[in-house]
Design a protein around this ligand. Structure first.
Ligand code: FMN
Length: 333
């Protein structure tokens, strides 16, 4: 039997499949189900500072105090009627999960301001989280910001958090950057233990009949794999921390591809929404039979085998234009 166990950010995992942060990792029942389904670890749904502020806002409103929230965020959160003491609930979830499951429990936070990250990080560490994932989303769309200013935020957050916590910290980022390779490399030299490539954002769409801006697909599709696969392959030999792949993994084949590109672990969300948590078993069975077929005993036997440095054709990861010579056979380029 191939050995699927691995070491990630100093934690021992029975396999490299992680249930990514989502609404599916938000209750103790979910976490227990994921453990039974076979995943190696679970990242809890992010604790959003913004949601906690909504809760405070409600309290203030009931006391007729002035609002301090941005009006445009209110609509987005109209559905959160049950926001009762989120922080306490979240800390309770970590504590309960630590008692009831043996797999590592990774907490996740998103804050609005750089100053708040260390406070939340410390609190979640004290509640017993095995590690923390910092869900740093920022859309660099402000014309008055320089790329340096936008990217400094990541370093400020990492410094502030690592100054206060000693559990491993993962940084989850998006692909919006003026020089993504350099940003990932520089971040890997900080005190973080891993970087997750990439987060998936709420994205807008347009309804051409109602003239409304609407939400586009919430879930990824298998076609979304290529972006994270490219960047895992391009960066896995160059970074000084581990890489966790996220986005577009919808079957065992995609899972194996991310490991071949050099990911240490692979996070999955959309495929669990579509197929249920037991789909973890199918992904892992596919990995196991593929390892047997190719006579790999451990993950290290093939991890990174097709990374930028190891593949015979590294330029394939850098190619951007569809020229006739490189297009798939079925495409007329
Ligand atoms: C419904 C939904 C909720 C999510 N919530 C969070 C979240 O709270 N925090 C976070 O860091 N990522 C969140 N994500 C992003 C996922 O963790 C994951 O990075 C992303 O969906 C890409 O992986 P996938 O292609 O397997 O879905 C969410 C994704 C979905 C689909």
């Amino acid at each position: 039997m191939p050995d699927l166990s691995t070491e990630f950010i100093g934690l021992k995992l029975r396999n490299p499949l992680i249930a990514a942060s989502s609404g599916l990792t938000n209750t103790i029942e979910d976490i227990i189900e994921f453990e039974k389904a076979g995943v190696g670890a679970v990242v809890l749904k992010s604790l959003f500072e913004e949601e906690i502020r909504i809760e405070l806002e409600k309290d203030l409103a009931s006391m007729n105090k002035e609002s301090f929230l941005y009006p445009e965020t209110i609509g987005f959160y109209d559905s959160f009627h049950e926001v009762d003491d989120m922080m306490t609930r979240y800390l309770g979830l970590i504590g309960e999960a630590k008692k009831k499951v043996a797999i590592p429990v990774i907490a996740s936070i998103n804050c609005l301001t750089a100053e708040k990250w260390p406070y939340y990080a410390t609190t979640l560490q004290d509640a017993g989280a095995d590690a923390l994932e910092l869900n740093v989303f920022s859309l660099p769309s402000d014309l008055n910001h320089s790329p340096e200013k936008d990217e400094k935020l990541f370093f400020d957050i990492v410094d502030a958090v690592k100054d206060k916590v000693n559990i491993p910290v993962i940084l989850k980022i998006s692909f919006y950057s003026s020089n993504l390779a350099s940003l990932i490399y520089q971040l890997s030299k900080t005190e973080i233990s891993a970087i997750t490539l990439f987060n998936r954002f709420y994205s807008p769409d347009i309804d051409i009949n109602t003239f409304q801006v609407t939400a586009s697909n919430v879930y990824s599709t298998p076609g979304d794999l290529s972006m994270s696969l490219r960047w895992i392959a391009l960066m896995s030999d160059r970074v000084e921390c581990q890489l966790s792949a996220s986005t577009g993994v919808h079957d065992g084949t995609a899972f194996i591809k991310q490991l071949l590109a050099g990911a240490s672990v692979v996070q999955v969300a959309s495929a669990f929404y579509k197929n249920g948590k037991d789909f973890a078993g199918q992904i892992l069975t596919e990995l196991e039979s593929w390892m047997k077929k190719h006579e790999f005993q451990t993950l290290d036997d093939f991890k990174g085998k097709l990374s930028y440095a190891n593949t015979k054709n590294p330029a394939a990861y850098e190619r951007t234009q569809f020229m006739k010579h490189f297009a798939g056979k079925e495409i007329k380029a």
